[in-house]
Write a protein that binds this ligand. Structure first.
Ligand code: FAD
Length: 276
């Protein structure tokens, strides 16, 4: 079995203050020597320049970085142009996504699903890029049903994905069940759990409802019971996320991908507690 892969995800900063904060976060997290950092991409290309600039900044520090690329609302020509720009910069690692359809978007463009983007990247660039795709242990919120979602994931992998990163989840069984299900369907790429620190309960609950990540009843009630006491929420969240991460690694997860939200604090603590 190969060594576990650890990575940190950022979003492109929108302001000079945000850029400065990210620079400091990056320096703090670089000491952990992750395999790579990844930078998200706004659906419809809204952060295209920001994504590339953030990736180039990371690379300037001698660190590996992978831009995300979402295809919804895009033409084949515009995606081809972005891929060529990435390639011209020597980028060889990409996270390929459909993206969320922005409300009000009428023209969804020439790609409907991420598997079409993966196939397009392979068609245009062969093996130049290492392609990561998204996986949903608790199933994608828009999937027709669980079976269809599993089938769609397998199709996306078969289109040419090298590895996958999951949506965050708080239930390790969902992850192991998903991995077993897709392995039974012939998938043998690494599926790395996405780990979300718990910092702000109201925000986490809202976001989890949208992206289909379940906060188990006991956890929701426990977090809610802290009320406005953010210090207790964070302390409890750190214990919980460390235990979850540990259980995932102990039971064979091939690494961890941390959703940092551009802040180093919680992720650094989890990392140190895990003794990685
Ligand atoms: P897909 O794999 O295309 O799946 C989307 C839905 O379509 C699923 O319900 C699937 O079952 C269904 N489907 C797939 N193929 C078919 C088919 N042939 N027929 C019918 N249904 C089908 N979003 C961003 O905008 N920018 C980012 O940078 C970003 N980064 C992310 C990183 C990770 C690790 C994850 C987990 C998600 C990220 N997202 C990002 C969110 C993601 O774009 C959304 O979850 C989006 O709704 C689905 O993207 P996907 O690539 O998983 O889509």
């Amino acid at each position: 079995m190969s060594a576990p892969t650890f990575s940190f995800e950022f979003f492109p900063p929108k302001t000079p203050e945000g850029a400065e904060k990210l620079r400091i976060t990056r320096q703090q997290l670089a000491q952990f020597k992750p395999q790579f950092f990844s930078v998200t991409f706004g659906a419809g290309g809204t952060t295209q320049e920001g994504t590339l600039n953030a990736v180039l900044d990371i690379r300037k520090d001698g660190l590996a970085a992978a831009p995300h690329l979402s295809c919804i609302g895009s033409s084949r020509a515009s995606i081809a142009e972005i891929l060529q720009r990435y390639r011209d910069h020597g980028i060889r690692h990409i996270v390929a996504l459909r993206g969320d359809i922005p409300s009000g978007m009428v023209d969804v463009g020439e790609f409907r699903y991420a598997n079409e983007l993966v196939a397009f990247i392979r068609e245009q660039h062969g093996d130049w890029f290492h392609i990561e795709v998204a996986a949903y242990p608790e199933y994608h919120p828009q999937s027709q049903n669980a079976e269809a979602d599993l089938r769609n994931f397998v199709n996306k992998v078969n289109a040419g994905a090298d590895s996958a990163i999951t949506q965050y989840f708080f239930n390790a069984d969902a992850y192991f069940h998903f991995v077993n299900e897709v392995q039974a369907r012939g998938v043998n790429i690494p599926i790395v759990p996405g780990i979300m620190p718990i910092q702000n309960f109201a925000q986490l609950a809202r976001f989890s409802d949208i992206c289909g990540a379940e906060i188990p009843r006991w956890l929701r009630l426990r977090l809610a019971s802290f009320g406005d006491d953010t210090a207790s929420i964070r302390a409890f969240g750190l214990d919980f996320v460390t235990e979850l991460s540990d259980r995932l690694l102990q039971n064979g997860a091939p690494g961890l991908h941390f959703y940092t939200l551009n802040a180093a604090g919680a992720v650094s603590t989890v990392w140190q507690r895990l003794g990685l």
